[in-house]
Structures are given as structure tokens and as C-alpha cells.
Design a protein around this ligand. Structure first.
Ligand code: HEC
Length: 134
């Protein structure tokens, strides 16, 4: 009888320990998860309730610009056409908006692809260009 009880307790204890271990692993994984990981609706992380608020349409040019483009285009760093410099933007846009947009999407010289906004849609990049050139 005592032997049975002891083995039952050992079983129960080891079950508890493994649950606790699983929990510890979960929280460590949460803590070391990459910052800014993108959680897309319909994926596992979204099902876990971690989805970023579903985007309510394309971000505005100002939003995209202030987050991603201002670093270079605010100051004109590395020869980037400066925000609000109508002359510089007129020259850039002379080849057509779509060509300029394509250069922004694909990157050109020191201009990184999508201006580092990897999850920006083409439309959002376009919005940022319109914002900078006005
Ligand atoms: C790391 C700096 C940097 C960031 C960040 C950056 N740009 Fe640029 N961008 C440049 C530079 C430098 C050029 C000039 C490239 C050249 O023509 O040599 C440029 C040029 C451009 C052009 C002109 C392309 C052409 O056809 O002449 C557009 C449009 C543009 N950037 C859009 C954006 C947008 C939109 C963002 C933000 C989403 C952005 N950039 C973020 C550095 C940057």
C-alpha cells in the first residue's frame, strides 16, 4: 500500500514538474522572441491572440514617412532627395511617378529597398513619396 501511494505521488509530482517546465519554456520563448516579429492574421501567432491590430487600410504617407523615411529624407543624408524640396523631387519625378515608385520599392544606389519598410505595400510607399514631394 505505501509502495503504491509512493509511486502514485512520484507520478503526480513528475507530471507537475513537466507542466511547470513546459510553462517555463513558453515564457522563455516569449521573452526571447524577436522584437517586432510580424504576426499576420490567419497564422498561428494570430490565433494565439498576438496579432497586431488588423490594419484598417493603407497607412498614410505621413505615418510611413515618419517611421521609415525621415532618417534619410529628413536631412538629405547620402544624397537622398529632401522632404519638401520641390525642386529635387521634381527632377526625380520627371521620369514618371511609377518609375520613381519602382526605384523606391526595389531600392536604388544607397536608397534601400522599400526604404526599409519591409511590410509596406506599394501603395503605402507611394503615399510616402507623395508626402515627401509635397
Ligand atoms: C537609409 C537611407 C534611406 C531611407 C531610410 C530611405 N531612403 Fe529613399 N533614398 C535614399 C537615397 C540615398 C536616395 C537617392 C538614391 C540615388 O538616386 O542615388 C533615395 C531616393 C529615393 C527616391 C527617389 C528614387 C528615384 O527614382 O529617383 C524615392 C522615391 C525614395 N527614396 C523613397 C523613399 C521612401 C518612400 C522611404 C521610406 C519608406 C525611403 N525612401 C527611405 C535613402 C533612403
Amino acid at each position: 500500500m505505501t509502495k503504491l501511494m509512493t509511486s502514485m505521488m512520484v507520478l503526480a509530482l513528475s507530471a507537475m514538474v513537466s507542466v511547470a517546465n513546459a510553462k517555463a519554456t513558453d515564457s522563455i520563448e516569449d521573452r526571447i522572441a524577436p522584437v517586432g516579429a510580424v504576426c499576420v492574421e490567419g497564422t498561428e501567432c494570430a490565433a494565439a491572440g498576438k496579432a497586431v491590430a488588423a490594419s484598417s487600410g493603407p497607412r498614410s504617407g505621413a505615418d510611413v514617412y515618419n517611421t521609415y523615411c525621415t532618417a534619410c529624407h529628413g536631412s538629405g543624408a547620402m544624397g537622398a532627395p529632401k522632404t519638401g524640396d520641390k525642386g529635387a523631387w521634381k527632377d526625380r519625378l520627371a521620369k514618371g511617378f511609377n518609375k520613381t515608385l519602382a526605384n523606391a520599392i526595389n531600392g536604388i544606389n544607397l536608397m534601400p529597398a522599400k526604404g526599409t519598410c519591409g511590410d509596406c505595400s506599394d501603395e503605402e510607399i507611394g503615399n510616402a513619396i507623395k508626402y515627401m514631394s509635397n
